[in-house]
Design a binder for this molecule. Sequence first.
Ligand SMILES: *Cc1c(COP(=O)(O)O)cnc(C)c1O
Length: 479
Amino acid sequence: MLTSVAAARRALPSVDRLLQSEAVGILIARYGRALVTEAIRDRLDSHRGELSDAPPGAIAPFDEHAFVDACACLLQVRTQPSLKPVFNLTGTVLHTNLGRAPMPKSAAEAVVQAMTHPVNLEFDLGGGARGERDSHVERWLTKLTGAEAAVVVNNNAAAVYLTLNTLALKKEVLVSRGELIEIGGAFRMPDIMARAGCKLHEAGTTNRTHLKDYTAAISARTAAIMKVHTSNYAIQGFTAAVPERELATLAHEHGLPFIVDLGSGMLVNLEDYGLPHEPTPREAMAHGADLVTFSGDKLLGGPQAGLIVGKKELIARIRKNPMKRALRVDKMTLGALEAVLRLYADPERLVQELPTLRLLTRPLADIEAQAQRVLPAMSAALGTRAEAGIIACSSQIGSGSLPVDSLPSAGIAVSAGAKRRGSFADRIAAAFRALPVPVIGRIKDGAFIMDLRCLEHEDEFVAQLAHLKIDEKPNHKGH
Ligand SMILES: *Cc1c(COP(=O)(O)O)cnc(C)c1O
């Protein structure tokens, strides 16, 4: 035992001395000198603090082994990637907070190619001159939608912004009051319009808008008529909306462009896959839309992107807007998007190749069988601390698609059993989030629910259940 705190502090090795040690050398080889030096400094600081707080007589001599181990732990935590894979068992297939669409392998390969090699991003290999970056996907987008031309930007919010800013700067855009939606986060249609520099002119009422409402609202200040697909909610009951064909005719009679913001916008008819219908850009074009905007990472199942398709002349104007430069996508997005669009050229294989569609169309019997397979391992991992059981549940498509329809699914519910309640489900949820590959489920009626629709790596999921540690005591700090 050392007698005084001061003596114990004096006996601590210096940072330089520790950096010379063999064990620290291994850490330097792995993490680099800068991070290791920082970790040693921080651990020495906390060690000094612990010495000061120690009761007299309880001061142990410096243990270099333990100290280096603590540094190794600290470095491991500090260098872990912040962005990492999780299991999405929330029941929402396109979960915005979990990165929306998982991408097909061919898209991942295209991204790796684009990242690790110089590519002909804006280079015309035929003529050897400067090329147009959107051309790599434009040929597919026009083929799949029937549009004359296409532009790609960062996301659909940017697509709407750029379209309005190009066509209606300092002018009015006519929109039905029932379509002035908020799509979560900060995407409110009226705000985007204001930032795009145009004035919103509302037509009709929340539940009913008629053609005469639009006609009455048209003036010399009007620059466009817009229809917004009310993706994330459904107006039911006493409602009226004007069909796209009639709006297109009205717009064209007044020499105005007709814009449709589809939100999700699927490139194939989902009914062919046994799912509810979702409007397609091809349909909107056929109804007379001049421009259609939609997302790359909602039902389409590709990377985050905003796609604008439509008339050549209007697309050319959008492309010339200086803001296009600020909103353009990079080579990785274009690589992934091209690979995903390529899959749509083969609708028969699409359901196998495209993860979004594969997950959405997974047969219930398949999910139930998986639940049966996973349950024993789950019960074993929980031991006596909680009970697991198979439940029927319903999955959602998510990201504002098809709000009223949900898909029958199966899952595992973990609950405390009869004796415990209250925050126990929160603690179970925290334990699953703390697994090497965090498992994200949801809490319902005091139970932690995992919808298995999106469980594709079952072996990995089962194997890591051995690491499950449920905190027995209520955690007052939250997480
Ligand atoms: C989701 C959505 C948007 C925004 O699309 P992001 O790709 O998320 O930017 C815009 N309009 C509608 C109708 C939507 O559903």
